[in-house]
Write a protein that binds this ligand. Structure first.
Ligand SMILES: Nc1nc2c([nH]c(=O)n2[C@H]2C[C@H](O)[C@@H](COP(=O)(O)OP(=O)(O)OP(=O)(O)O)O2)c(=O)[nH]1
Length: 129
């Protein structure tokens, strides 16, 4: 089982950061909540602070566990651990992604997400339905 942390990051306007996985990565072309694989001894918040600095050059503050979803991809299973986080500072520069957007919760509906993220997207959309 691969443990992956994903951050639902809110900016000061309440918009959420989503990013599209670039060609050459697994799930290429699909949108996700940025994050990555947990390293030894790391918890999800520590992993997310590290990954967001490495992958995008921004500082975030994870503040609340959002949920866990286990998803079986072809040949392997990931345990995706989502946390809500606050955007603190930094200008986004992409390395693992080829696009990013700050979207309202309503707008999440219009993006093709990695399958493991879909339960989280649905939970974010639920209060709006
Ligand atoms: N970071 C992140 N990864 C996700 C999400 N949803 C989802 O299915 N994944 C998958 C894609 C990858 O298989 C794995 C995370 O890998 P990663 O982002 O650390 O990328 P990596 O370079 O280490 O791995 P890879 O692309 O070579 O597989 O979890 C998500 O919301 N955020």
């Amino acid at each position: 089982m691969i443990e992956v942390a994903a951050a639902i990051i809110y900016n000061h306007e309440g918009r959420i950061l989503i990013a599209r996985r670039r060609q050459g990565k697994s799930q290429a072309g699909l949108w996700e909540f940025p994050g990555g694989k947990l390293e030894d001894g790391e918890d999800a918040p520590a992993c997310l602070r590290r990954e967001l600095m490495e992958e995008m050059g921004i500082a975030i503050l994870p503040y609340a566990a959002f949920g866990v979803n286990e998803h079986n991809y072809d040949g392997f299973t990931i345990r995706l651990i989502a946390w809500e986080a606050e955007y603190l500072e930094g200008r986004i520069t992409l390395s693992d992604h080829d696009a990013f957007r700050w979207v309202t919760a309503e707008e999440l509906d219009g993006f093709a997400f990695a399958p493991a993220d879909i339960p989280f997207v649905n939970r974010l959309l639920e209060p709006l339905r």
